[in-house]
Ligand binder design. Structure first.
Ligand code: PXP
Length: 244
């Protein structure tokens, strides 16, 4: 079966550049609108507890201005749950968050935090928000994600992308393949993301049991050289090629 593969464009780092000067340019909402015109199927934005990139106002404006589904990445905190329930985005992706980290390093420990996550996943799900959990490609974490009521898992591809080309990367890819198969086998929708670039996306996009990729940092960085539209279009093309 040749399932389609959705592209969620993560616009966080447009806000990172804006915030370096504290003004309004470049505007992540404008980037989201351009992404919609360039082949994105969804917009992803991470409202971090420290608000280092996306702001509360950005989320307000994205909800108003963008026709694509919004995937709100958020930590498992009461503040973030309240914000998600107020906005009711199409989807929420629960991610681990540490203030001192540069980016989301590693996946959520669902196995060790079932009791904390269950009510939160339940509350978001009851509000009609599709909940995914951002986890390492680990079968125990996937089983735990289903046990706490998530409908979707997003597999962290950071270790695969960071591994040197060769056997190490093949080994990390194999973990993602096995995990994606397992997720589907137990009835979960499977997404993937983190660190993906033109050089690393093809083998991940070829995994038929993955239906969505969320990609940000590389696309925004590449936009400096070739523009955001082309940066996204080329990624979209590689994803389509992988599924052909
Ligand atoms: N998916 C999740 C859950 C993330 O936290 C991130 C990073 O914010 C991404 C995807 C995108 O990663 P990158 O910016 O490295 O493409």
């Amino acid at each position: 079966m040749n399932r389609s593969l959705r592209l969620g464009v993560n616009i966080d780092h447009v806000a990172t550049i804006r915030n370096a000067r504290g003004g309004r340019h470049p505007d992540p909402v404008r980037a989201a609108s351009l992404a919609a015109d360039s082949g994105a199927d969804g917009i992803t934005a991470h409202l971090r507890e420290d608000r280092r990139h996306i702001s509360d106002e950005d989320i307000d404006r994205l909800m108003d201005a963008i026709n694509l589904p919004l995937n709100l990445e958020m930590a498992a905190t009461p503040e973030m749950v309240e914000i998600a329930l107020r906005h009711k985005p199409h989807a929420a992706c629960i991610v681990p968050e540490r203030r001192e980290e540069r980016t989301t390093e590693g996946g959520l420990d669902v196995v060790g935090n079932k009791a904390g996550l269950s009510p939160l996943v339940g509350a978001l799900g009851a509000a009609g928000i599709r909940v995914s959990l951002f986890i390492e490609p680990d079968l125990h974490q996937i089983d735990a994600a289903r046990a706490v009521g998530a409908r979707v898992v997003e597999l962290h591809t950071g270790a695969y992308c960071d591994a040197a080309f060769g056997p190490r990367r093949e080994q990390e890819l194999a973990r993602v393949v096995v995990a994606a198969r397992h997720a589907e086998a137990i009835g979960l929708e499977c997404h993937a993301g983190h660190g993906l670039s033109y050089d690393t996306v093809l083998p991940i996009a070829e995994i038929a049991t993955i239906v969505e990729l969320n990609i940000g940092h590389f696309l925004i960085g590449e936009a400096i050289f070739i523009g955001l539209e082309d940066s996204i279009r080329q990624m979209r093309q590689l994803m389509t090629q992988a599924r052909a």
